[in-house]
Ligand binder design. Structure first.
Ligand code: FMN
Length: 158
């Protein structure tokens, strides 16, 4: 089964998750930044995983655009969707629901909540300020949920 993993990532967390997933799906798997995938490029793949991260409550616009452009084709493939975010529980659920169209969520085989990280080295001044002020975090911290990544892989492979 040919697998394509496309991601949008601001500070590297969703990218690292995409790379982890690609190791699990092995040969025939491609990983791409979502901005570099043209409309027709997805035709060859049977399984497509789409991931992004949440900033100020929203997933990247590029994720929305990619899905909007390719929705009809995506609904014919095996789909996995994931987000990286620091919220948990109901708040993370809401962020996930807002990130992807209902139709695609219902069609998806696996839905991934991979946690997230605050990576101060990759943030600009304003982002650092926001994180310190709102999340009350002053240094880099990781809350990546490795088990959720493993569960996601197993569900996709079933
Ligand atoms: C400026 C800023 C705003 C954020 N806003 C949210 C948010 O609204 N909800 C949330 O769950 N996480 C939020 N986060 C946490 C990110 O989702 C988390 O850092 C994630 O790992 C980023 O993934 P990326 O490195 O792939 O961009 C925010 C992080 C930053 C730096």
């Amino acid at each position: 089964m040919k697998t394509l993993i496309v991601y949008a990532s601001k500070h590297g967390c969703a990218k690292k998750a995409a790379e982890k997933l690609s190791e699990a799906f092995g040969e025939g798997t491609e990983v791409n930044d979502i901005r570099s995938i043209a409309k027709n490029d997805i035709a060859d793949f049977d399984r497509i995983i789409i991931g992004g991260s949440i900033h100020a409550g929203r997933i990247q616009k590029d994720v929305k655009k990619f899905i909007q452009k390719n929705l009809a084709q995506l609904l014919e493939k095996q789909i996995g969707l994931y987000i990286c975010c620091m919220e948990e529980g109901e708040s993370a659920d809401k962020e996930f629901t807002n990130a992807f169209p209902k139709q695609l969520i219902e069609h998806a085989v696996a839905k991934g909540f991979f946690g997230g990280e605050f990576n101060f080295e990759n943030m600009n001044f304003i982002e650092r300020f926001i994180v310190k002020k709102i999340a009350k975090v002053t240094e880099s911290v990781s809350n990546v949920k490795e088990n959720n990544i493993i569960d996601f892989i197993n569900t996709m492979k079933k």
